[in-house]
Ligand binder design. Sequence first.
Ligand code: SF4
Ligand code: SF4
Ligand code: FES
Length: 483
Amino acid sequence: MSNRKRIKITIDGKEIETYEGTLIIKAAEDAGIYIPRLCYHEALKPDGNCRMCFVEIEGLRKPVPSCLTPAKEGMVIRTDTDALKKHRSSILEMILTTHPMDCPICDQAGECALQDYYFQYDLKESRWREKKEKKPKRVHWGKNLIYDAARCIICKRCVRFLDEITGTQELGVFERGIHSYIGLFDGNRIENDYSGNLVDICPVGAITDLDFRFKSRVWFLNRTPSICPFCARGCNIEIHTNTKNPFSSQRVYRIKPRKNLEVNKWWICDEGRYSYEFIDSDRIEYPMARGKKTSWDSVRQEILKIVGKDVRLYVSAWMSNEELTYWMQIAKTFDWKLSLVGKPRGKGDEILKLPDKNPNRKGAEILGIREEIGHEEVAVVFHFLPVSLERHKIKIGIFTNKFEGMDKFDIIIPAAVFAEKEGSWTNFQGKVQNFQKALEPIGEAKSEGEIGEFLANTLGLDLQWEIGKYREEFEKELRKWNG
Ligand code: SF4
Ligand code: SF4
Ligand code: FES
């Protein structure tokens, strides 16, 4: 990028600087000027098939597609003249001759480019008096994808995504003109690990997600910025929740990617997208002793039994930087040993997925916490079981979800999942990324910071959980680690 020539162009009277050859649609967007588009997507090679992005350039007799036209020194561009508005209105009128009036039952309503542009540029009664073209609806493309050919505007974003990003090429355009539709090549289904991104890039409701279909109108959802916990990349996500649905106890409705060009670009994998059930299902909601519900008072009594004994904490690679730093401080004060536990390694790929299935092994590494097995009398275990617990006589667990072998623990303290608290993780690149609280902790669950404070207070130690303070402590360690 840096050896490309810097140039000046004018868009809608505003002089801007860009690199020579940058597409006008992108140069405008970088300068805060949005040009309408349907087929263009920043991540994909431009195709120029929808004609919504046309702009006028001084000196040219006809408008040109801004998604195909590179910027040149001194260009004077207009994006919003009356003629262009009329042109966009005509494009929309043409699309709507075949597009069904499905908005009241379409999952995309509320986040649909066609619906938004219709309100912005068209907003008139249809002049189309013929019958609409009938096309297949509810075609299962595989896994969670449902295709509705009647809603499809043949922008080919989906085809290009499968060509250029996953390289799996399951889809193509079939038939011609008004009869055209997107279809699977013979024998194909879309089973690749990034299939859910097709729902996000489809600008209309032609690809909907079986996992979300008809469960909530999008305007009822709260959107909280967060980080995916399922591997060390730490893809940036939004958690979409609705806690006010009187017909369902479901709290999380879907996970969507957040653009971060340095970490996950525009995408997330299907594991990160669809594995959110653990937030609402099979949770440990109250303290347990030997597999049975118990009180916080019994937890206190159990904790008092470890006074004067050798203790090992098995902190987890799913805990936040701040929580790890805080628990290190607790361990140091009582002279306890500290080890790391986490999910075992799995498969990675060339796109995003990494073999390390933990969000914060790097944070633990920066703090110098290693994986090792001890044989102290007491084990305090977070989230995952270490290889062997046999040697520890007293076992205290801090877990989020139920698991086989829970009854072997003298006490289990219910912990909040990442969506129920705030904090940060350090990804494999060493980037510290924040996640925010999307939900209240379920039942009597507490964050590991609050649990730490409860345990410290029970043992007579006045060491408060202050997230900001432990963030600063962690950042000191990070600076040392970065040299
Ligand atoms: S299914 Fe969606 S993304 Fe694919 S061509 Fe149709 S409208 Fe475009
Ligand atoms: S690549 Fe890793 S961090 Fe990204 S969505 Fe998938 S599991 Fe989550
Ligand atoms: S966005 Fe440029 S032609 Fe479709």
